[in-house]
Write a protein that binds this ligand. Structure first.
Ligand code: UD1
Length: 347
């Protein structure tokens, strides 16, 4: 009998790509999502992309803070593991509305853990972020680096990591993997699913993509005086399909003996500057991206990239794609869906 996996936030960018890999890997998958920052169309498209295996996907519009609704989902299916993506993620908004972020991300997670425990499901994969490394003193970032957070969004990631560690300490039946994502970009090679942020994109590649399709006039480059090869910030961009596969590797690891609460970086181990990324995107798309050179964005680090050693060794997982493929697939999605999942009139 195939295992059933609950995916919270499964309609979102990383969630939808992971759900597709789960279905293709033979798992039964139930998605819960409140659709606050995502579209149900992504779930429909994932179902189509999965072909016959699409029948193993169920969707419930549920907010994790609605305990009764969540109870019903758990009563309907015995889950082997929960993959928990659901959460708000805009750094600037989190500074303006910290209580919204603490309520949504922390209360949502606590409610989820309570309902899981009540139903005897004690295996969890949680979406953490490289944001917990703050401005690292050195690179590559290893999982043992000191942790910090510069804003409420980052603090929710940090707090949830601690909540998970405490939960395991209180009850050793729990098996938890915390995945620290570096910078996910790109899209499924079909161009049928991809990232579709609401409002003005905060992150580099969604912004670049909107410039390329003519929705915005130019990219503002935040900071040209960093101590990097060309003065712009350096990050570890990872193809979202590689990231999705990292979750399948984590699921396999959860079945290994002796797992308690473990943390893994999911990155490529390679640093790329903003200007290098823009150049790679221009090459892949044939579009010129006009640039406006500007001051540093408050809270940004100079250089962040992952040590991939632990994930390679213990999860037996390694990213396959480079920035060329990331940009090719990002452009394929953007050119086929210039306004994301829904045309402007319906947004
Ligand atoms: C940002 C968040 C981080 C979050 C991550 C994933 C901040 C300070 N950090 O990380 O907490 O976990 O997204 O959601 O917001 N850039 C530009 N112009 C733009 C956008 C970005 O030059 O319009 C530059 C940035 O300065 C940076 C690089 O591009 O050097 C990547 O930025 P971004 O995609 O926002 O990711 P992070 O800053 O790594």
């Amino acid at each position: 009998m195939a295992k059933s996996i609950l995916v919270t936030g499964g309609a979102g960018y990383i969630g939808s790509h992971t759900v597709l890999q789960l279905l293709l890997g033979g798992y039964r998958t139930v998605v819960v999502d409140n659709l606050d920052n995502s579209s149900e169309i992504s779930v429909r498209r994932v179902k189509e992309l999965a072909g016959d295996l699409g029948k193993n996907l169920l969707f419930h519009k549920v907010d994790l803070r609605d305990k009764q609704a969540l109870e019903k989902v758990f009563a309907s299916t015995p889950f082997d593991t929960v993959i928990h993506f659901a959460g708000l993620k805009a750094v600037g908004e989190s500074v303006q509305k910290p209580l919204l972020y603490y309520d949504n991300n922390l209360i949502g997670t606590i409610t989820l853990l309570e309902v899981m425990a009540a139903h005897g499901c004690k295996k969890l994969v949680f979406s953490s972020s490289a944001t917990v490394y703050g401005w690292p003193k050195e690179v590559p970032c290893t999982e043992e680096f000191p942790l910090s957070a510069a804003n409420p969004y980052g603090r929710t990631k940090l707090f949830i990591e601690e909540i998970c560690r405490d939960t395991y300490r209180s009850d050793s039946e729990w098996k938890i993997i915390l995945l620290r994502y570096f910078n996910p970009v790109g899209a499924h090679h079909s161009g049928y699913i991809g990232e579709d942020p609401r409002g003005i994109p905060n992150n580099l590649m969604p912004f670049v993509q909107q410039v390329a399709v003519g929705r915005r006039p130019a990219l503002t480059v935040f900071g040209t005086d960093y101590a990097t090869k060309d003065g712009t910030g350096v990050r570890d961009y990872i193809h979202v399909v590689d990231l999705a596969d990292g979750h399948i590797a984590a699921l396999r690891k959860l079945d290994a003996a002796g797992i308690g609460c473990e943390v893994y970086n999911l990155g490529t181990g390679k640093g790329t500057s903003v200007l290098e990324m823009v150049a790679a995107f221009e090459k892949a798309s044939g579009k010129k991206i006009p640039l406006v050179m500007s001051a540093r964005r408050p809270g940004d680090a100079e250089i962040v990239y992952a040590s991939t050693h632990k994930a390679e060794k213990e999860l037996n997982w390694k990213a396959k794609y480079g920035i060329e493929e990331m940009c090719r697939d990002q452009w394929n999605w953007a050119s086929k869906n210039p306004y994301g999942y829904e045309p402007p009139s319906s947004k």
